[in-house]
Ligand binder design. Structure first.
Ligand code: TXA
Ligand code: MG
Length: 336
């Protein structure tokens, strides 16, 4: 089924909020990536997210709300440092994992006793969440709007390419232009004595430590963790399941190689100051790490639409958003 992409007029956003209330799905832009939203209080609507994505049901979803005021609805025993983080970085590219309140159904958390909550910064997302809350809605569950394991969409067209054949006629895709950040939110576990990064993103370890005046708990330094086995399954001792922590994830059809010199016919993604060898297909030439994050997923998608078998990526070095880029690239390159 082919889906129209809706321009986000006030009327379209209002209609999308009503459609969510009615139990339909709405894909919407955030500043990180596009999300596939459903009423987080509606088990049947949330179940459709899993079937449209082809995602295992034990992988928890993030609940999106219009402001930190809604935190008390979804979470309990929120530590002081999490309140500081919310104050400093919401709306923004950060998800807090907290103890869940009674409101939270097992169908959101995959049965875990925690819940991920985020206030996104994109104006269309905020307007949609506000309209939804004005209609009596409590929050919108939304994973990235891609099929399970694939590259997250950073444009409305990419959502349509990914999900169109799985969506119903009453589902909608709201256009908000290309995403400004381009990689998914930083996920921070706030259930311990100090914060712990579960997935690196634009809110960095240094920013978190400055905000909370606490030293981060380190399972890893925010890079790929060793808690998955060879087949990409999560070992049973791992209590918190982050589907983005599977070893192969965020992956295009093309095989991704890191640390290699590209050869004839391969795709190539690297900082603008690195030249393109003869016969190589340049997919992106970002001039900064921020631009690298912005362009990465659309460049990987382009590799697939050009039918390229292989893509070579020269990873950005350093800290900041480069940590998140390397994390995603390591997973995109893994097991392929
Ligand atoms: O930037 C983002 O976070 C985007 C936009 C749409 O907000 N969303 C996103 O959702 O990336 P998703 O479902 O594709 O990835 C969220 C990750 C998943 O790997 C999930 O397992 C993890 O967050 N997660 C959600 N709730 C969790 C929880 N209670 N504990 C641990 N991990 C959780
Ligand atoms: Mg995802």
């Amino acid at each position: 089924m082919s889906h129209f992409i809706l321009e986000p007029s006030a009327a379209a956003i209002q209609a999308a909020a009503a459609s969510l209330m009615a139990g339909n799905l709405v894909a919407f832009p955030t500043e990180t990536v596009y999300g596939l939203g459903a009423d987080a209080s509606n088990a049947a609507a949330v179940a459709r997210i899993y079937s449209v994505k082809g995602r295992p049901v034990d992988h928890p979803l993030i609940v999106h709300v219009a402001s930190a005021d809604a935190l008390g609805k979804w979470a309990k025993d929120v530590p002081e440092y999490a309140i500081k983080l919310a104050r400093d970085f919401w709306p923004g590219p950060m998800t807090l994992v907290l103890k869940r309140s009674k409101l939270v159904g097992d169908f959101i958390t995959g049965g875990q006793d925690t819940v991920g909550v985020r206030v996104p910064e994109h104006p269309v997302a905020l307007a949609l969440l506000e309209a939804f809350e004005n209609l009596g809605g409590k929050g919108v569950a939304a994973p990235s709007a891609n099929r399970f394991g694939h590259v997250s969409p950073t444009t409305a067209q990419a959502v349509r390419d990914e999900l169109s054949e799985h969506l119903h006629a009453d589902d909608q895709i709201l256009n908000g232009g290309p995403c400004a950040v381009g990689v998914e939110s930083t996920i921070i576990d706030c259930t311990g004595a100090a914060p712990q990064i579960l997935r690196p993103g634009a809110i960095t370890a240094a920013m978190i430590e400055t905000s909370t005046a606490l030293q981060m708990m380190k399972k890893s330094d925010g890079l790929i963790s060793n808690s998955t086995n060879k087949k990409g399954e999560i070992d049973s001792f791992e209590q918190i399941r982050v589907s983005g922590s599977l070893e192969t994830h965020y992956a295009p059809k093309a095989r991704v190689f890191l640390c290699e010199t590209p050869v004839n016919g391969q795709g190539f993604i690297a900082h603008a100051n690195i030249q393109t060898p003869e016969g190589v297909i340049r997919l992106a030439s970002p001039r900064s790490d921020e631009e690298f994050a912005q362009l990465l997923y659309s460049a990987l998608r382009q590799a697939d639409s050009l039918g390229l078998a292989e893509v070579v990526v020269v990873q950005p070095i350093g800290i900041g958003i480069a940590v998140a880029i390397r994390d995603r690239l390591a997973r995109a390159a893994n097991g392929r």
